[in-house]
Write a protein that binds this ligand. Structure first.
Ligand SMILES: CC(C)(COP(=O)(O)OP(=O)(O)OC[C@H]1O[C@@H](n2cnc3c(N)ncnc32)[C@H](O)[C@@H]1OP(=O)(O)O)[C@@H](O)C(=O)NCCC(=O)NCCS
Length: 166
């Protein structure tokens, strides 16, 4: 099996829509319309096996120093093979290239993120998040997802940062 992780292209929109819609139907992800995916395609990375799109993840900027991993998903049959971790690594690399020191996610899969170097934090430390995607979420006032964060060393000033300061 030769899996490639790469930036998403406009021709991936239909496959991305199907993958995300499958998880959105079960309340695991927020739905994304084809129009939104088309607009935001530059924020997505995908994993591909042959000509099949088998995973995706995106980076959404929440502030000058904070991005969120969104829409991270692997299709059934490909889970547990390290592909989710490869996508997280690639997304972390992308955040680093953009000079963004904090990467967070809201997730039901906190154990997976912890294996990938993230730490569980109180979600209330992320005020920006409330004003973006959450306002469209049916669970807005009873959010049961877990907030996780990982810091990246992008500049000397971030090296001293502790989670209490986020
Ligand atoms: C969560 C998800 C992206 C993980 O992708 P994956 O390719 O299956 O994960 P990996 O194979 O890279 O797993 C990496 C490590 O995390 C562990 N892990 C993966 N899913 C886990 C889970 N649900 N609970 C505990 N550990 C988990 C793996 O066992 C592995 O550990 P190891 O390195 O000790 O072997 C995938 O299961 C998925 O698509 N889930 C549904 C969508 C979802 O919930 N996305 C998260 C939205 S933020």
């Amino acid at each position: 099996m030769s899996i490639v992780c790469r930036k998403a292209l406009l021709e991936d929109v239909d496959a991305l829509f199907e993958l995300i819609q499958g998880y959105a139907a079960n309340g695991i992800m927020l739905p994304r319309s084809r129009e939104a995916l088309t607009r935001q395609i530059d924020t997505f990375l995908v994993a591909q096996d042959g000509d099949r799109l088998i995973g995706c993840g995106s980076l959404f900027r929440l502030g000058s120093d904070l991005v969120e991993i969104r829409s991270l998903g692997i299709v059934d049959g490909y889970k547990g093979q390290g592909i989710g971790s490869r996508l997280v690594d690639a997304l972390m690399e992308e955040a680093k290239l953009q000079g963004i020191p904090k990467v967070m996610a809201l997730t039901y899969e906190s154990a997976f993120f912890q294996k990938n170097g993230f730490h569980i934090v109180e979600k209330e430390i992320f005020p920006e998040k409330v004003w973006t995607d959450c306002v469209h979420c049916p669970k807005q006032h009873k959010c049961d997802e877990i907030a996780v964060v990982r810091l990246i060393e992008v500049a000397p000033s971030t090296e001293q940062m502790s989670f209490a300061q986020i």
